[in-house]
Design a protein around this ligand. Structure first.
Ligand code: NAP
Length: 312
């Protein structure tokens, strides 16, 4: 009988590239996809008819109990910019512990997709994950922590759409200072590493992996490298801080009408990114995947090839 793998934030960009690899192996894995919204429940139920798609409230221990019941593994992605992240994380860790202590338990592995440098206390979305990591490490559960950086994929749709711009030097609007450097992660690389960790399980017990795809590069260099793929000389225009907060609130929460305790994380992130980026070394990812990480330019080329193949 196939084992149950639970994935949270199943509608998000990370799981979007993890699920297809596991879904192809129904004799090994039965997927339980955890969503928050009704919209995602309907979309994933249609997209993955052989998976179990469940709408759950991570604030509710009964709900957490239902999503972990009978599972061997949880791949835990934490909801974006939520002020309740720590509560959700500790609830799910407590529930996994209870599940692992049942006499007939099948529970074996808690994988937390966290963030690069959770120790950065100036960033709320990092600091909250630091506390979840601490709780997990002390839980006695077999765990693996994966730490991706800022995803190169975040702005790639907007950048690739500039290929249709009639001018040779289109403008890209950046939410933060383009001269600040980042080590980017690529969702594909992160998903491939995640699937490997799920499949290989005990080889990765009690490990924490910083997973970045590139060495530090200026945000403007990231933009220019994708421009070169498109044959465009992209000019970067930086939004004012207030405009950038507005843009991010619309992007992440769908509206400007959002509680201050949700806005806090966005406001601090943009302040931080105007002065400092997230930097790391791609060596661990390279070791895990047996190949170098994907550069933003390679990602752009891959996505253009996929778009062309879809049209044909
Ligand atoms: N973006 C980056 O560059 C980056 C880099 C490193 C780490 N991260 C971390 O990645 C995590 C997000 O993962 P992602 O990028 O794959 O997701 P995403 O594409 O940002 O999608 C957001 C997800 O959050 C879910 N969600 C929202 N509110 C929820 C709630 N109250 N309870 C449960 N789920 C909720 C949504 O589910 P529904 O669709 O059902 O509402 C959706 O699946 C965050 O913790 C973020 O800090 C992001």
């Amino acid at each position: 009988m196939s084992e149950i793998i639970v994935l949270t934030c199943a509608s998000g960009k990370q799981c979007n590239q993890i699920i297809p690899a596991l879904y192809q192996e129904p004799s090994i894995y039965k997927l339980r996809l955890v969503v928050h919204s009704k919209h995602s429940l309907d979309r994933l139920s249609k997209q993955y008819p052989n998976a179990e798609v469940v709408q759950a409230d991570l604030d509710n221990l009964d709900s957490c109990g239902r999503i972990l019941h009978g599972a061997t593994t949880i791949y835990y992605v934490s909801p974006t910019f939520s002020p309740h992240e720590v509560q959700y994380g500790t609830n799910i860790i407590d529930t996994a512990l209870s599940e692992s202590r049942k006499p007939d338990s099948k529970f074996l592995h808690f994988i937390f997709s966290s963030v690069l440098h959770p120790e950065i206390s100036k960033l709320l979305n990092h600091d909250r994950k630091r506390l979840i990591e601490e709780y997990l490490v002390e839980s006695s559960l077999p765990y693996t922590i994966l730490q991706p950086s800022h995803f190169a994929d975040n702005a790639i749709g907007r950048l690739l759409s500039l290929r249709k711009d009639p001018t040779p030097d289109p403008i890209f609007v950046a939410a933060h200072d383009p001269e600040v450097s980042f080590s980017f992660s690529c969702v594909r690389d992160h998903a491939e590493a995640s699937v490997k960790v799920i499949r290989e399980r005990s080889r990765h017990f009690f490990a924490t992996y910083p997973l970045v795809s590139t060495l530090p590069m200026k945000y403007s260099e990231y933009v220019r490298s994708i421009g070169a793929v498109l044959g465009k000389d992209i000019t970067v225009r930086q939004l004012s801080y207030e405009e950038a907060v507005e843009m991010y609130c619309r992007l992440f929460f769908g509206s400007l009408d959002v509680e201050q305790n949700f806005r806090d994380a966005v406001e601090r992130l943009l302040l931080y990114y105007n002065r400092r980026g997230l930097v790391g070394n791609p060596g661990i990812l390279e070791w895990l995947l047996g190949r170098p990480g994907t550069t933003p330019a390679q990602l752009a080329r891959l996505m253009l090839q996929e778009a062309e193949a879809e049209i044909k």
